[in-house]
Design a protein around this ligand. Structure first.
Ligand code: PEP
Ligand code: MN
Length: 339
């Protein structure tokens, strides 16, 4: 629930309410606005008599949070969250559109250094690349592991681009956090609750992809797992869902973008590469995503998609990626955003 304090409530009155709530086992989230203070209380409502809370000095009103997700809900925090990646880079509604680009997998040192230069030149703000790959077949390339993380770190050193890379196993949290600027939780692990709890315990930004069979509500409940452990630095990523339509790899759910903006304060980006599965559909859907209000994009780029160790069919060649970045500028400015 949300306890809205009177505009003239004193610090003493605010602290008194907080103490009362804490005594009854509520988690407290304080938001001190210019006008008034709002206290978010997460816990079992039946543990406290609401009428007793209502008459405490300084309390203006008590508003229940109706959604099952609380801390990620707009009901609790009205203002958009801006996630800080580095001193120079932030992601969210007041920030330029953030494009994360790179190969599906880190394939080798020279390859990742080459792609990093290419995407940087085209204007990407971050480098993507998986070192731990969630593959459908155990016989497919599984990623280079820590070696791949080291190559990513080298690419960051050479280009200055922060890196986003996937974490699959709770046992690797410290390892991946040591190298990554943003930890990606992939679609297949969106409901790996132990993994979500582990990344919730650290401060590193988390990119939470939507599971291909998950509803928006389930996706937000997964974000709630992370935030409820203390990590507020969450970026949501729509990457397509499975529908009856099998003509494309997934169906990119662009409805989710304005819906997410309505339901939560978290930034949201779109991955049209996995969303379509076909390179020649990627640019159109990337532009559509920005028009729909996404705060960024994740795009797979490979200098030789035909030789890629994973997801070559949906990877853009450098020239096509360069063209897209130019076109995106026009779309972004049409919807009042910068690149
Ligand atoms: C990826 O980003 O390469 C990836 C495996 O994504 P997803 O989890 O969305 O399938
Ligand atoms: Mn991929």
């Amino acid at each position: 629930m949300i306890i809205v304090m009177c505009p003239d409530a004193s610090d003493e009155q605010i602290n008194h309410v907080i103490d009362k709530l804490a005594q009854h086992g509520f988690g407290i989230h304080l938001s001190k606005g210019v006008e008034r203070t709002v206290i978010g209380a997460i816990g079992d409502k039946s543990a406290i008599e609401l009428s007793a809370l209502q008459i405490l000095p300084g309390v203006s009103e008590i508003v229940p949070i109706r959604k099952p997700y609380k801390l990620v809900s707009r009901e609790l925090f009205k203002k958009d969250t801006i996630v800080k990646i580095s001193d120079k880079l932030k992601i969210g509604s007041t920030q330029p559109i953030c494009v994360m680009a790179g190969p599906c997998s880190v394939e080798g040192k020279n390859e990742i250094l080459e792609v990093a230069q290419i995407v940087k030149k085209a204007g990407a703000a971050m480098l993507r690349g998986g070192a731990f790959k969630p593959r459908t077949s155990p016989y497919s390339f599984q990623g280079l592991g820590e070696e791949g993380l080291k190559y990513l770190a080298l690419a960051r050193k050479k280009t200055g681009l922060p890196i986003v890379t996937e974490l699959m196993d709770p046992r690797d949290v410290r390892l991946v956090a040591k190298y990554a600027d943003v930890i990606q939780i992939g679609a297949r692990n969106m409901q790996n609750f132990n993994l979500l709890k582990e990344v919730g315990k650290i401060k590193k930004p988390v990119l939470l992809k939507r599971g291909s069979g998950s509803t928006v509500k389930e996706w937000l409940m997964s974000a709630e797992y992370i935030i409820s452990e203390g990590n507020k630095n969450i970026i949501l990523c729509e990457r397509g869902i499975r529908t009856f339509e099998t003509a494309t790899r997934n169906t990119l759910d662009l409805n989710a973008i304005p819906l997410i903006k309505k339901l939560t304060h978290l930034p949201v980006i779109v991955d049209p590469s996995h969303g379509t599965g076909e390179w020649d559909l990627v640019s159109a859907m990337a532009k559509a995503a920005i028009a729909a209000g996404a705060d960024g994009l994740m795009i797979e780029v490979h200098p030789h998609p035909e030789d890629a160790l994973s997801d070559g069919a949906q990877s853009l060649k450098p020239d096509t990626f360069g063209d897209l970045m130019r076109e995106l500028k026009v779309v972004a400015s049409a919807v009042g955003r910068r690149m």
